[in-house]
Design a protein around this ligand. Sequence first.
Ligand SMILES: Cc1cc2nc3c(=O)[nH]c(=O)nc-3n(C[C@H](O)[C@H](O)[C@H](O)COP(=O)(O)OP(=O)(O)OC[C@H]3O[C@@H](n4cnc5c(N)ncnc54)[C@H](O)[C@@H]3O)c2cc1C
Length: 384
Amino acid sequence: MPHENYSEIRDSVRKLCSGFAGEYWRNLDERKAYPTDFVSTLCDAGFLSVTIPQEYGGSGLPLSAACAVLEEIQRSGCNAGACHAQMYTMGTLLKHGSEQQKKKYLPSIASGELRLQAFAVTEPNSGTDTTRITTFAKRDGDDYVVNGQKVWISRSEHSDLMVLLVRTTPRDKCTKPSDGMSVLLVDLRDAVNNGLTIKPIKTMLNHATTELFFDNLRVPAENIIGEEGRGFKYILDGMNAERILIAAECIGDAKFFIDKSSAYATDRKVFGRPIGQNQGVQFPIARNYAQMRAAEALVKEAAEKFDSMEPCGTEANMCKLLASEASWAAADTCIQTHGGYGFAVEYDIERKFRETRLYQVAPISTNLILAYIGTQELGMPKSY
Ligand SMILES: Cc1cc2nc3c(=O)[nH]c(=O)nc-3n(C[C@H](O)[C@H](O)[C@H](O)COP(=O)(O)OP(=O)(O)OC[C@H]3O[C@@H](n4cnc5c(N)ncnc54)[C@H](O)[C@@H]3O)c2cc1C
């Protein structure tokens, strides 16, 4: 079956994004403010609910369609980091939530009335080793009582719901380290200042990321997603989707930088000729294009495998690795091609350069992807 390119969706997303030009993002970046108008406009247009089944009010499209949406947002110079989480956190609810939970939340998420934009896994003392999380939910009557701390939890101040990974059995009481974790759906509207304190973290990019402190937060037991103790598996399930979607964003970023570089290299004249006529300027851009196309092919393959429910762990990891490296290489070339102007805020290149750097670290860092390929695909011994 030929790969569906979703060209109509791409055109519509580009059109929507043209209403949010560089000035909009520069202004927010300066104030470290959240792009509320942009996110609401995307929601109203139905782009953040493309993968929600039609019976719950979404478009019922596969992950490949969500990739097309995110790629075009990034290519247009906008930043999907403000809202991409909904596309993959929703999968946890959709795949593992009860019918009652799905009926209760998905239609409001699809209509944009409720935002499911926060996904809380990382902790200060666990780092990438998720089985070391210690945030604990203890059952007390009809509630879980949550205590602990999370770090780098993005968009929690701009979300109504949060998917939260907790321990429900201490690690040393479990047969396997990955047992004993559970997923809770937290209603942030009830939780904030009622056992949950959110503290923003200032970062080099405008990403609305925060620290969370849980002090006897009560979460109704009915808000557990799936079975108690099986949360790690549910989170892992969603991670392939997350990696493929982020890789699609990186492809969009790489295209943004390559478009900018090639246009500037063609226009800018120094020593009486376009700088792009010099192979020292032209070849890095051409190389970035080739790198981007190779990564793009792998993103498509990973998304297709995901959509046909084939195992896609290796492809999801590899496409995220290659796409994040392609976007970063293209970002670096773009600065170099623009000379001094690459550093000028009004060109949007330095902002996108800062934004795209994130993806070699989050949601999973390059080394851990290499470790996955080395051990899972190639069968070499584990370092951890
Ligand atoms: C802006 C931003 C937004 C984020 N948003 C979210 C969010 O919404 N929700 C959430 O849960 N998390 C979020 N994160 C967290 C992110 O997923 C983690 O930062 C990332 O997974 C790396 O974890 P760490 O920072 O603890 O690094 P560590 O695990 O401390 O690792 C540090 C470095 O050591 C390397 N390393 C560690 N172990 C090994 C090993 N065995 N072999 C080789 N190298 C190793 C890593 O690759 C990395 O380069 C966000 C992070 C940032 C910066």
